[in-house]
Every structure is written in structure tokens, then in C-alpha cells.
Design a protein around this ligand. Structure first.
Ligand code: NAP
Length: 496
């Protein structure tokens, strides 16, 4: 049934669906709408090119630690991956290819940033303000992800540093590390990919480690032309390979979410990896984590530890007291002069929605909706007070063990079913019932209690209250099951 045009009195195009973000989530939503025959949608992208996180994070060595054949859409599989683990360039090229193949290019509005959105209760539509003007939508879908806002640490003196300084996700491509003294702050997934790339070029590299990560070998390899040929020609082979990889990763949920003690063999493997690659016992001791493997994200790297054994690389485990105009002062009082500082300090996950004003029923702000209890959503998708607003990869849909693309496809299926039901039944708005939201989250938090993420480490998985607002507590196929259809009984439905 065609959607009747919204009775709006404000200038600007009217769309059935407005999607924010052209990363994997936004593209998946668009591709699924198209396949369902729903053409009246736009994808807003604040940047001048599409691709989301895999476009933005273009630091040296950027790559994904989930295998290519799994970190891609089920409906747009590629037989042309050149490596088992995709580089950032290959992933970005893949997203652009998907946008073209799925006919999404005409729907994407580049350089169009969301400035704000207000739910108009009188007509049941979203009034959206963007950097390019206003528009309206029956459904507003946020595909902006949790890792978009760089976390700039509050270190005294940081703003006064006179050398080059930038965050890993805002790489300064004019910066040439050759012959420079470089400090890298942080030892997360981004920093440990950067260090092996720039260490051979820098005169000196100081790596500031606050907490050592668990690092496992990365079983990467090239995918041979013969394998690519077979995967392209024998489709069942592609599905089998993907399924086998999915199972290999999915089984890890047992150790992450249910029985952390099952992580013991992985822990032994990671310690053996460290022993093999670092001979110096003092350095090795500094690199040995003291928390449960999996509590923070497990990292897969083969050339990280070897980079730390280079004579020009120094692992600094003293804290940072201040940054001066020309260097970093540690908590021991030592000042280490540097020409450049790379902030591998991660993302502000807790405030990932940013300062954008999204106001729902009664003018309630999405930013304030989190309150003291932390950000919560129903099935990672909907929030009470925000009718017809959906998130893809919203709260508690993240993973430590498998491909986020699987979660994205699950979340998109849920939203698509809501949109289909609305078009079929003609209701005006759907808003999750507060009691459904509360019960869902109580169960989720209960299940998270037994997980490895609750074993006492500090990580971006937890908010400032120590509440896990980011991760899905178990098998990904369970999330697929709970999102398989839009469960309208848990929603307050308004009809025209
Ligand atoms: P991250 O994992 O949050 O790591 C940030 C690092 O900076 C940590 O080592 C942290 O130390 C340190 N840090 C933060 N503030 C600091 C301060 N004031 N002083 C000293 N050290 C400080 O961030 P990320 O490496 O950018 O990765 C974020 C997420 O992006 C990953 O967990 C992953 O999900 C995703 N990612 C994925 C890939 C991939 O291969 N798929 C690649 C890159 C990123 P503490 O540990 O002590 O807090």
C-alpha cells in the first residue's frame, strides 16, 4: 500500500524513511528497503564520501580482525576478497561496490549532516533538519554506530602541544613519521595496528600503555586466485565457507558470555604468542595482562610484539602527568620530547549520539533519555518516547566474538518488518511500551552478570557506572531470533 503524503506545512522533501549514516548499517537498511520495493528513502551522510567507519579510519595498517567472508553482507557476498582478513581499503571498496550494486547511490545525500530532528505528534512524522535543509520522514533510522566520536583524553597541557597531534581516526596524511620522535598513546585495536607501521620509519617511538591488551596470533593469509575462482563459480562453496567461519567464531560466545573459565586455552595461546615473540622477560612482564582474557577486546596481531622489540621503540608504562609544548611528562616526572603524538585513545561510546538534538514525544531529548541508568533500548532498536525512531547497532548489540555485519542484518530485518507492517496496516506510529523496554533490559543485564565482561576490568564496553550498555550477552543467532519480526504487541500503536 502506498504511503499517503504527510500533511506538512514545512518546506523540504517528504520521505517515508530517512536513514542517518552510510556505513554498513545505513547501506544494509537501504539495500533491504530497495529489495522490499520501498523506494521512498534517503541515506544522509555527513561526509563527502560514503562508507562510514571504514572510510573514516584510514590510519596506516587499518584492517579488520574478523574474516572477510564473514564481515560482509549475506546478500552481497564477494568471492574476490584477496586476504582472509580484509584491509580497510578493501572493505571500503566493498561498501562502495554494495552501494552501486544495490542501486543506493541515487538515495545517498553526501555532505548532509543531521542537525536535529523533532517528532511532530500532531501528524506522526519526524521533522528533520540537516546541513542542506529540512525534510520529513515517517521513520527515522539511526545507523551511526558507537565508534564515531573520538575520545580526546583530558591530559593537562594537551592543547598547548606545538608538534603534530591527531586522533587515530582522524589521521593526518600530511604527517611523515620518517626521522621523527613519535608518541602513541593507547594500546587498543587501533594503536596496535598503527605501531608496526610507523615504528620502522620513526627515529623513536614511545608507546604509552595504560593497560596491556591480550594479543592472539592473527591467522591471516592471501586468498589464492584459484580459491577466488572456485568461490565465485561454486556458490554453495561460498555459503559453506561462510557458515564454517561463522560457527568457528560463534562457538566463542560460550567463553565470553556464559563460562569465562572456557577462555583458559585461548589465554595459554596468547601467553605462548607473547613468549615466542618477546624474549626480554622485563618487557614481557609489562606486556602481560592481569585481567581475564576477553574482558577487554581481544586483539589479533602478528607484528605488534615484534615492533616493540625494536631498539627505537620504548614501551612506557608510567602514567601521563601532562603534555608540554614539546613532549610528554610521565608520573615519574620524566619529560620525553616528541615531534608528534598519535592519540590511539578510542571513542566516546557513552556519548556516541553526540550533541545532535533528537527530540521525541513531548520534546524529550534522546541524549537525556539515557539518564542515570545508562543508555537502554528495546532489542537494541527502539526507545520509549521516540515513536518511529529506530537504531541499527543500538545499545547492547555489540560483539566481542563474531561479525557485527550479522548483527546489523538482524537489526535491519526488525526495522524493515516494522516498516512493512506500517505500510500494510496503515498505523501512524509505533512506540515501544516502557514496561517492555524495562523487562527486556532487566533480563539482558541479568544475563550479562555471568559474562567475562563483568569480571572486573575497565573497558569501553562499560559506562561510567560500570554498566554494560554495549554488548550482546550471548549467541548472535539468538539476536537474530528476537529480531526476526516486529513484535507489535510490545508497542503503543497510534492510528490516523
Ligand atoms: P580502545 O580499544 O578504546 O583503546 C583505547 C586505548 O587508549 C586503550 O589502550 C586505553 O587504555 C588508552 N587510553 C585511553 N585514554 C587514555 C589516557 N588518558 N591515557 C593513556 N591511555 C589512554 O580504542 P581503539 O583502539 O580505537 O578501538 C576501539 C574499538 O574499535 C575496538 O575495540 C574495536 O571494537 C574497534 N576496532 C576494530 C578494529 C578491527 O580490527 N575490527 C580495528 C580498530 C578498532 P586502557 O585500556 O587502560 O583504557
Amino acid at each position: 500500500m502506498a504511503e499517503p503524503r504527510n500533511p506538512v506545512d514545512e518546506a523540504g522533501p517528504q520521505h517515508h524513511v530517512v536513514i542517518i549514516g552510510s556505513g554498513f548499517a545505513g547501506l544494509c537498511m537501504g539495500a533491504r528497503l530497495k529489495r522490499a520495493g520501498i523506494d521512498d528513502f534517503v541515506i544522509l551522510e555527513k561526509d563527502s564520501e560514503l562508507g562510514g567507519t571504514w572510510r573514516v579510519n584510514d590510519y596506516p595498517g587499518a584492517a579488520c580482525d574478523v574474516p572477510s567472508h564473514l564481515y560482509s553482507f549475506s546478500f552481497a557476498q564477494s568471492a574476490r576478497w584477496t586476504r582472509k582478513f580484509p584491509s580497510r581499503d578493501e572493505l571500503w571498496a566493498y561498501t562502495r561496490g554494495v552501494a552501486e550494486r544495490c542501486g543506493l547511490i541515487p538515495h545517498i545525500r553526501l555532505a548532509t549532516a543531521l542537525a536535529g530532528a523533532d517528532y511532530d505528534e500532531a501528524v506522526g512524522i519526524w521533522r528533520i533538519r540537516t546541513s542542506q535543509g529540512a525534510m520529513t520522514a515517517r521513520f527515522l533510522v539511526l545507523g551511526t554506530g558507537a565508534l564515531g566520536r573520538p575520545l580526546i583524553p583530558e591530559i593537562p597541557g594537551l592543547a598547548g602541544f606545538r608538534g603534530t597531534i591527531f586522533h587515530s581516526s582522524r589521521w593526518d596524511h600530511g604527517f611523515d613519521p620518517r626521522g621523527k620522535r613519535v608518541a602513541v598513546i593507547g594500546t587498543g585495536a587501533s594503536a596496535i595496528q598503527i605501531v608496526p607501521e610507523i615504528a620502522p620509519q620513526a627515529a623513536r617511538l614511545d608507546l604509552y600503555q595504560r593497560t596491556p591488551p591480550w594479543v592472539m596470533p592473527r591467522p591471516d593469509r592471501a586468498i589464492t586466485p584459484l580459491e577466488q575462482f572456485l568461490l565465485a563459480r561454486v556458490k554453495p562453496l561460498q555459503w559453506l565457507y561462510r557458515f564454517k567461519t561463522y560457527l568457528q567464531y560463534e562457538i566463542r560466545a560460550l567463553a565470553f558470555a556464559y563460562w569465562p573459565q572456557l577462555g583458559a586455552p585461548a589465554r595459554a595461546q596468547a601467553l605462548a604468542h607473547l613468549r615466542r615473540q618477546v624474549a626480554d622477560p622485563t618487557l614481557r612482564a609489562k606486556l602481560t595482562p592481569s585481567y581475564a582474557l576477553g574482558c577487554k577486546r581481544v586483539l589479533l596481531m602478528n607484528d605488534y610484539y615484534p615492533a616493540l622489540t625494536r631498539p627505537n621503540v620504548h614501551l612506557v608504562t608510567d602514567g601521563i602527568r601532562a603534555i608540554t609544548a614539546s613532549g610528554i611528562v610521565t608520573t615519574t616526572g620524566e619529560e620525553r620530547a616528541v615531534d608528534a603524538i598519535v592519540l590511539g585513545t578510542g571513542f566516546d561510546v557513552e556519548h556516541c549520539l553526540g550533541p545532535i538534538a533528537v527530540r521525541g514525544r513531548g520534546g524529550g531529548s534522546l541524549l537525556d533519555s539515557a539518564g542515570d541508568g545508562g543508555l537502554e533500548a528495546y532489542k537494541g532498536a527502539t526507545i520509549a518516547g521516540f515513536p518511529n525512531l529506530f537504531m541499527i547497532t543500538g545499545p547492547n548489540t555489540g560483539l566481542g566474538h563474531n561479525s557485527m555485519i550479522y548483527m546489523i542484518e538482524s537489526g535491519v530485518a526488525y526495522v524493515l518488518d516494522a516498516i512493512r507492517q506500517q505500510r500494510r496496516d496503515g498505523w501512524r506510529s509505533a512506540e515501544v511500551r516502557p514496561e517492555a523496554l524495562a523487562a527486556y533490559n532487566a533480563d539482558l543485564q541479568h544475563r550479562l552478570k555471568r559474562s567475562v565482561w563483568a569480571t572486573g576490568c575497565k573497558s569501553w564496553y562499560l559506562d561510567h557506572n560500570g554498566k554494560n550498555t554495549t554488548l550482546w550477552p550471548g549467541f548472535t543467532f539468538v539476536y537474530r531470533w528476537v529480531t526476526r519480526r516486529f513484535d507489535i504487541a510490545n508497542y503503543i500503536i497510534e492510528r490516523p
